[in-house]
Ligand binder design. Structure first.
Ligand code: PSU
Ligand code: MN
Length: 318
């Protein structure tokens, strides 16, 4: 087996061509398909997410692992395969390399999608919510690798805030320790996934896309290698307030404890419990916030692509 990067990663011809022409690309994760929503809503959402990226003027790059190969840019039938399968592995950083060695098929989390985006030089990634410090982490030590990878991969990650099932103050602190800028778009307080307002003041606020892009470019100039985390509040029409969702989160966490659900299974378990408890309302919110994040991600990708194209033209003139 060859371990050359070219043999480990398969980039679709559309994305390869977009890269050559400095066109805007938005990466999308696939754990949201396999572990975030039930079938067929997961399939429909994944396809709609790609369409939304196109409608907003960028090219979608959904990322997953198929039979031991990393794929950047999936066909609709590949997305369907992931959406239907009940046994697809959730691949993060720790299990990614062995999944390639053992020809596994799996979905990529925020952490592994970030790593792969950076390898392919894709600078913008839209998702729903990131993982972080779980409640009770002081005894369980359950902290998502998403945070560690955010500290390493130079990508703009657009999300609706850390998932509200987490310990948000601890997640904010750890991001700060890791040097990851937590930027909230056009709001003073950080959002909390299903809710517009977490009640916590955002460490950084950006009013424009231009500021976000400039900050990203300055980070690179300063030799800072990690990601920028852009938190984009869910549209008001779809939000579920903290007051309403908090008791449901507590109930789901208690159930997870009782049933001994932990590790990689915890996030998917809590999300599906909340889906049931909210009678589907959380799924509608999840879709709406993802599309909203895609719109902002695409604006950032287009602004970056313009700068990249202009600097190419300048270097030709010089
Ligand atoms: N969105 C969902 N369900 C999920 C996830 C996202 O609707 O399970 C995934 C994301 O890919 C995120 C991961 O990176 O959960 C975090 O899981 P963990 O806490 O095990 O690192
Ligand atoms: Mn975990």
């Amino acid at each position: 087996m060859s371990t050359n990067l070219q043999n480990l990663i398969c980039i679709s011809s559309e994305i390869a061509s977009a890269k050559r022409h400095s066109k805007p690309i938005v990466a999308l994760e696939s754990t949201i398909i396999t572990h975030g929503m039930p079938f067929p809503a997961n399939y429909q959402t994944a396809i709609a997410a790609e369409q939304r990226v196109r409608k907003s003027g960028s090219i979608p790059a959904t990322i997953a692992v198929f039979q031991g190969k990393i794929k950047i840019g999936l066909s609709n039938s590949e997305i369907k395969t992931l959406a239907r399968s009940k046994s697809t592995q959730k691949l993060s950083i720790a299990n990614l390399s062995m999944s390639l060695a053992q020809n596994v098929t799996g979905s990529t989390t925020v952490a592994s999608t970030l790593l792969i985006s950076a390898l392919a030089d894709i600078q913008v990634f839209a998702t729903g919510g990131i993982g972080g410090v779980h409640r009770g982490a002081n005894t369980t030590f359950d902290i998502s690798t998403d945070l560690k990878q955010l500290a390493s991969s130079p990508v703009n990650v657009i999300c609706a805030g850390p998932k509200a099932i987490l310990d948000l103050p601890k997640t904010v602190e750890l991001l700060e320790s890791l040097g990851v800028p937590l930027i909230t778009y056009k709001r003073r307080n950080m959002p909390a996934f299903w809710s517009q307002d977490s009640g916590l003041k955002s460490p950084i606020v950006a009013e424009t896309v231009k500021e976000i892009v400039q900050s990203f470019l300055i980070r690179s100039r300063l030799g800072l290698t990690g990601a920028q985390l852009v938190c984009n509040p869910i549209p008001e029409k779809y939000e579920i307030s903290i007051k309403l969702i908090e008791p449901l989160i507590n109930k789901s966490i208690a159930k997870a404890k009782k049933n001994n659900v932990n590790g990689k299974a915890l996030t998917p378990f809590l999300l599906s419990e909340i889906l049931r408890e909210t009678e589907g309302k959380s799924l509608e919110a999840n879709k709406a916030l993802l599309f909203n994040n895609i719109d902002l991600a695409s604006k950032i990708a287009k602004t970056l692509a313009n700068i990249n194209r202009n600097s190419e033209v300048l270097s030709l003139i010089r």
